[in-house]
Design a protein around this ligand. Structure first.
Ligand SMILES: NC(=O)c1ccc[n+]([C@@H]2O[C@H](COP(=O)([O-])OP(=O)(O)OC[C@H]3O[C@@H](n4cnc5c(N)ncnc54)[C@H](O)[C@@H]3O)[C@@H](O)[C@H]2O)c1
Length: 339
């Protein structure tokens, strides 16, 4: 049976890396039917809005979207499309794996951890932002709810349980921000009791930053609030060689959107220099989510093999002399021979 998914090619390098990704998905024979929808600059030019209602309706109907990076135009009146999508579909869990790949410039080998970031509330959203005192004081509200904390912590424990992971670390600043961060930590402690088979650790965010740099292998699943998760997950991407290998899933009850963590890279758009791996790894997460775990694993292993054996075919950010297309060609050959 075929599975329909919404596909947003994206802006800048988006169409190049999306083409590479769909070629690999096709080579894997996943039975996916693509419904191409507009968002971002493309949508603004065609429809006069960054996210047309028709695109939202398609995501709502299909429940799954694979999304290329979108450019948020600079200037008043344009808010982040990614934030809008997360809010519109209540995509409360931002799941970002950080896994070591061979042949990357990174500090450590064998890192395999996942950051689970609350995606819908907290300091990142800065509700009620305003300037007072004639512009000399900036105000914003940090709102963290029991419901929001419960569902994200439970998501992290369920992820750990279903993937044979052993430990969940709740990262917070409850010692200072006693209300919002304190509530999150209290809830994390309560939920942890429901999962006695999984080790629970709590860590203050500043210490977590140092520990991640000094001893990252101690981490397995990290769960945290929105702003801390935003920062920590990029730190984790840095531990495994940068944004070129960083995928992210935005998961809600009724919809899920899979994307590369990096942006639309206008500086290299159209030059075929873009590394397609982050979007490919997001596609692998999507296949896991759809229950096609074997195929997701084939993509991850294929990337590993290409990075190890075909240095001349990978993109310059990975130290190679290839292009987006040669990278995709090598990966298509690899996954075909594996399946
Ligand atoms: N998820 C998203 O849609 C998303 C995320 C971040 C930024 N953005 C948007 O992207 C635009 C550009 O943002 P930016 O320049 O700050 O960040 P960026 O991630 O687009 O680029 C930062 C640097 O990394 C490089 N880079 C990024 N992806 C790469 C890849 N796949 N292969 C090789 N090199 C890569 C770029 O060339 C650039 O030098 C902005 O409009 C921003 O709003 C979108």
């Amino acid at each position: 049976m075929s599975q329909s998914i919404a596909v947003i090619k994206g802006d800048g390098i988006g169409p190049e890396i999306m083409e590479a990704t769909l070629r690999v998905l096709d080579a894997l024979d996943c039975g996916l039917e693509y419904h191409f929808i507009d968002a971002g600059l493309t949508a603004l030019e065609k429809h006069g809005t960054l996210i047309p209602q028709e695109s939202l309706d398609t995501i709502e109907k299909l429940g799954i979207a694979l999304k290329g990076p979108l450019t948020t135009p600079i200037g008043k009146g344009f808010s982040s499309i990614n934030v809008q999508l997360r809010r519109h579909f209540d995509l409360y869990a931002n799941v970002r794996p950080a896994v070591s790949f061979p042949g990357t410039r990174s500090r450590y080998d064998d890192i395999d951890m996942i950051t689970v970031r609350e995606n819908t509330e907290g300091a990142y959203l800065s509700d009620g932002q305003e300037f007072v005192d004639g512009g000399d004081t900036g105000l914003s509200v940090i709102k963290v709810t029991r419901k929001g904390s419960e569902r994200i912590v439970r998501y992290a424990f369920e992820l750990a349980k279903n993937n044979g992971r052993k430990k969940v670390t709740a990262v917070h600043k409850a010692n200072i921000i006693k209300t919002s961060s304190g509530l999150f930590l209290d809830v994390a402690r309560e939920i942890a009791k429901e999962y006695p088979e999984i080790e629970f650790q709590e860590m203050i965010v500043d210490n977590a930053c140092m520990q991640l740099v000094m001893n990252p292998h101690q981490f397995d699943v990290v769960v945290t609030t929105n702003l801390f998760g935003d920062i920590l997950s990029d730190l984790c991407a840095g531990l495994v060689g940068g944004l070129g290998l960083a995928p992210g899933a935005n998961i809600g009850e009724n919809a899920a959107i899979f994307e590369a963590v990096h942006g639309s890279a206008p500086d290299i758009a159209g030059k075929k220099l873009a590394n397609p791996c982050a979007l490919l790894l997001a596609a692998a997460q999507m296949l896991d989510h759809l229950g096609m775990n074997g195929k997701g694993t084939t993509i991850r292993q294929g990337i590993r093999d290409v990075l190890q054996r075909h240095r001349d075919r990978v993109t310059p950010d990975m130290g190679g002399s290839g292009t987006t297309d040669t990278f995709a060609d090598a990966l298509v050959e690899q996954v075909k021979s594996a399946s």
